[in-house]
Design a protein around this ligand. Structure first.
Ligand code: GLA
Ligand code: ZN
Length: 695
C-alpha cells in the first residue's frame, strides 16, 4: 500500500477545539483524577469505606470493570450484571466519574474449555491453555462474537449514566498469536493486499531460496517453526513484516468491533483503549486514527531517564495528532513486575504526574485504588494499601496532589504543545529495520530516535512526533532518524517540505528499501538520493567499542556503529572521517534544496554531537528554546484558551534556581513574578507558570 492510499484509511476525526476536554462531557471542569478500581475483588461491606477514602484523597474518577468478563458472563447464554449495577450506583451516588471498561482482555475459563480455539498459540508453536490474560486469539470467531456482544450489552445497560465519561475497550492490547485461525485470516489478509500470488511472490522476493508459492494454502505463519530462528531474526523479511502488520490489524479489528458495538448505542461517549508508549508490536500510528482519544499507561522502569519518559508521552500525543491524551495508568508508588521494585521516592509521583500533564495529558489516573490480596499484583502500589486506611505516605501524597489538581481547575485542560520541531517515526520502518539481517545487530531504531529527541529535549525545544501520514507544514526542523524504509511517494513529501524552506536531518542507513522491504536499486539512499544530494556506496559496521571520528565546527566527535561511505552529488561536505581507508571522505553533508536544507549524518555519533547539530540548525531555522536550559530541570509548554503555561519539572535531587524570563503568575498560588526574578524549585519539585499575554 503506498503512502497516499494509507492516508485515505482511518476515520475522519472531528477536531477538538483548543481548551476542550477530550471527554466532551459537561461535568469535566478539571483533570479527572483517580484510576482503576476493582471492587469486584472485595466483599461489598468494604465499598462504603472505599468511597470515603477515595473522596478524602480528592479522587473524582474511577475506571471500572477492567477484568470482570467471567463474572458478567458466567455461562455462554447467561449474563449477570447485578454486582456491576450496584458498583455503578455506588460511584454515581458518590459523585465519581466513570471510565467503563469492557472486560475483554481476559476471557472466562468456560470459554477456553468449550472453545479451545479462543486460546493463543505462541511464537514457538506452543498452544496455550486457559490462564493469565491477553490470551485470546484475535482472529477467533468465538472471541470476536462474545467480546463485541459484551461491549454492546454494557453500552445498553450503562450508556445512560450521566457520570460515564468514556469507554475503555479491553486492556493493553498486545502480544501475537500464531494459531490456525490466524493462519487462515493471514491468507485472507494477504489476498486482499496482493490480489495475486504473482504479486505476493514478487513483493516477498520468493525466488530467493526457492520459496515460490503456487497456492495460497502453502503460506504458513512465520514463526520459530518456519522462517524465524530467533524472535527478531527471520530468513524472509517480507512475510515476517507482513505478519507484524497483520497481527496489529487483527487486534485493531477487535478494538474496532467493540467500539462499533458501543458507538451504536452511545455515539457521543468517547471510546479508547490504553496503549503503552513506544510499544513495538502494534502500529499505534494506525490505531490512533480509529480511537476517539489516545490513552496510555506510564510505567517507567527505575532507571528510565526523564527524557525517555517524556519521549513516550510525546509519541502518545503525536499519534493522536497533537491532541491531549489520557494518562490512564501509573503506579502511585511501586510496581510488582520489575526484578527490583523500588519505591517512588517522596515527591516523584507528583513530579511524574505533572510531567505527563506538561506533555499533553488531560487526566491523572492510577493503577490502582485498592491493593489486592492475592495473585501477582498483591504487591503493586495502590492508593489504599493493605493496611486499609489513610495514614500512609502514599495516601498522603495522592491526597496532596488531589488537592492541588482541584485548585488548578481547568487551567491546563485541552492545552496544546506549540512545537516547531518534529521527529519522524514510522512503525513499519521500525519493524523492517530490526528484522534486517545486517549490517549490524546493534542497529536499533529507538536508540537513534531517542538521541535526536533527547537533543531537542535538553535544549527545551518542544518536539512533536510525526508519522509519514502527517503534514510537515507547521515544522521548521524535522529529524528523520534511520529512515531505512521510504514508502512509495514519501520522498515527495520530504522534498516538498525542504523545497519550501524546511530543514531536514537524515541519517545513515536511510532510503534503502521500499514498503515491501525490497531494496531500491540504483544507489543508496534510494528515493532520498536526489534530496540529500549524496550517493552512499558502502556502509561499514563497526564492532562495539570501535570508533572512527570527524571534526565539525572545530570540535571532535566520534563516528560509531555504522559509517556510510558516500560521494557528494550536490551536497556540501561539512566534516570528513578521520581514519581508516575512507579517511578524508564525507561523514556529514548539507544539501541546499529549494529554500531549505537537507543534512545527512553518515554515522552514529555522541549525544554531544546531536545536541550541537540540533542547536545549530534550530538557530538557523529560528526555532527557539522555550526557556534557557537549567541542568536537570525540564521545561514544557501548553497553550489553551486560558493562555500559555510553562511547566518546570526538577528531576534532580537538589533545589534548582531559575531566572524568570517573562512576566507571569505561579499557579495555583497566583504569585506574580517579573522578569529577572530568581525562583527556586525544590529537588523533585514542580512549578506551573502562567504567562501574561502582554509580554
Ligand atoms: C498494566 C495493566 C494493569 C496492571 C498494571 C500493573 O498497566 O493495564 O491491569 O496490571 O499493568 O502495573
Ligand atoms: Zn490466533
Amino acid at each position: 500500500m503506498d503512502h497516499k492510499e494509507l492516508k485515505k484509511e482511518g476515520l475522519k476525526k472531528e477536531e477538538l477545539k483548543k481548551g476542550e476536554s477530550i471527554f466532551r462531557h459537561p461535568g469535566i471542569d478539571k483533570l479527572p483524577y483517580g484510576g482503576d478500581y476493582n471492587p469486584e475483588q472485595w466483599p461489598e461491606e468494604i465499598w462504603p469505606e472505599d468511597m470515603r477514602l477515595l473522596k478524602k484523597a480528592g479522587i473524582d474518577c474511577v475506571t471500572l470493570n477492567v477484568f470482570s468478563w467471567a463474572a458478567l458472563q458466567p455461562e455462554e447464554e447467561v449474563y449477570c450484571f447485578d454486582r456491576l449495577d450496584r458498583i455503578m450506583e455506588l460511584v454515581r451516588e458518590n459523585g465519581l466519574h466513570v471510565i467503563l471498561a469492557t472486560s475483554t482482555a481476559a476471557h472466562p475459563a468456560w470459554m477456553a474449555r468449550k472453545y479451545p480455539e479462543v486460546l493463543r498459540t505462541e511464537f514457538s508453536g506452543l498452544k496455550r491453555r486457559f490462564g493469565s490474560r491477553h490470551n485470546s486469539c484475535p482472529n477467533s470467531p468465538v472471541y470476536r462474537k462474545y467480546s463485541r456482544r459484551l461491549a454492546g450489552k454494557l453500552a445498553e445497560r450503562y450508556g445512560h449514566y450521566e457520570n460515564l465519561i468514556a469507554w475503555h475497550v479491553s486492556n493493553e492490547y498486545g502480544g501475537e498469536c500464531y494459531c490456525e485461525n490466524c493462519e487462515r485470516a493471514f491468507r485472507v489478509w494477504l489476498k486482499e493486499k496482493y490480489k495475486t500470488l504473482e504479486e505476493l511472490n514478487r513483493a516477498w522476493n520468493t525466488s530467493f531460496w526457492g520459496h515460490t508459492f503456487y497456492d495460497w494454502e502453502e503460506i504458513v505463519v512465520p514463526n520459530l517453526q518456519s522462517e524465524h530462528f530467533e524472535t527478531d531474526r527471520t530468513t524472509f523479511q517480507g512475510i515476517s513484516l507482513d505478519y507484524r502488520r497483520f497481527c496489529s490489524d487483527s487486534m485493531l479489528e477487535n478494538y474496532r468491533g467493540e467500539q462499533e458495538a458501543i458507538r451504536a448505542v452511545t455515539p457521543d461517549i468517547p471510546v479508547t483503549t490504553n496503549l503503552m508508549g513506544f510499544y513495538k508490536l502494534l502500529d499505534y500510528q494506525k490505531w490512533a486514527r480509529y480511537m476517539d482519544f489516545v490513552s496510555w499507561d506510564n510505567y517507567p522502569p527505575n532507571e528510565a531517564s526523564p527524557s525517555i519518559i517524556a519521549m513516550n508521552h510525546d509519541i502518545m500525543r503525536g499519534i493522536g495528532g497533537g491532541k491531549p491524551f489520557a494518562l490512564m495508568e501509573q503506579t502511585p508508588s511501586v510496581t510488582n513486575w520489575l526484578p527490583y521494585n523500588a519505591l517512588k521516592r517522596p515527591g516523584v509521583m507528583r513530579l511524574l504526574s505533572w510531567q505527563a500533564v506538561a506533555h499533553g495529558a488531560d487526566t491523572v489516573l492510577f493503577f490502582q485504588m485498592r491493593r489486592s490480596i492475592g495473585a501477582c499484583e498483591k504487591y503493586h502500589g495502590a492508593v489504599i494499601d493493605h493496611v486499609g486506611n489513610e495514614h500512609t505516605r502514599v495516601f498522603g501524597e495522592v491526597q496532596a496532589l488531589g488537592e492541588e489538581l482541584k485548585q488548578m481547575g481547568d487551567l491546563t485542560l485541552g492545552g496544546r504543545t506549540p512545537a516547531k520541531a518534529a521527529v519522524l517515526v514510522d512503525w513499519d520502518n521500525w519493524w523492517a529495520l530490526e528484522y534486517s539481517a545486517g549490517p549490524s545487530c546493534d542497529l536499533k531504531y529507538l536508540d537513534e530516535v531517542e538521541r535526536y529527541y533527547t537533543a531537542f529535549y535538553e535544549l527545551n525545544i518542544p518536539v512533536d512526533f510525526v508519522s509519514v501520514e502527517d503534514s510537515l507544514d507547521s515544522y521548521q526542523i524535522v529529524a528523520a532518524p534511520l529512515l531505512y524504509m521510504v514508502k512509495t511517494g514519501y520522498e515527495e513529501v520530504l522534498k516538498q517540505y525542504v523545497e519550501q524552506g524546511g530543514i531536514l536531518i537524515a541519517t545513515f542507513f536511510s532510503g534503502i528499501v521500499e514498503e515491501h522491504d525490497l531494496v531500491v536499486t540504483g544507489g543508496y539512499p534510494g528515493r532520498l538520493r536526489e534530496l540529500l544530494g549524496v550517493w552512499v556506496e558502502e556502509s561499514d559496521a563497526l564492532p562495539k567499542g570501535a570508533s572512527n571520528g570527524f571534526v565539525w565546527n572545530g570540535k571532535h566527535y566520534p563516528a560509531e556503529l555504522l559509517c556510510d561511505l558516500m560521494h557528494l552529488e550536490g551536497a556540501v561536505c561539512e566534516a570528513v572521517y578521520q581514519s581508516d581507508f575512507y579517511a578524508g571522505s564525507p561523514a556529514l553533508s548539507r544539501h541546499s534544496y529549494g529554500k531549505g536544507t537537507a543534512w545527512y549524518v553518515a554515522a552514529r555519533s555522541s549525544q554531544e554531537f546531536y545536541r550541537d547539530l540540533v542547536r545549530t540548525l534550530a538557530r538557523e531555522a529560528g526555532v527557539e528554546e522555550i526557556w534557557t536550559p537549567v541542568p536537570g530541570v525540564e521545561v514544557c509548554e501548553r497553550k489553551n484558551d486560558k493562555g500559555s503555561m510553562l511547566f518546570f519539572l526538577n528531576h534532580g535531587e537538589e533545589a534548582a534556581e531559575i531566572v524568570v524570563e517573562k512576566h507571569g503568575v505561579w499557579m495555583p498560588e497566583k504569585k506574580e513574578s517579573e522578569k529577572g526574578e530568581r525562583v527556586w524549585i525544590e529537588g523533585k519539585g514542580v512549578k506551573v507558570f502562567l504567562l501574561r499575554e502582554q509580554d
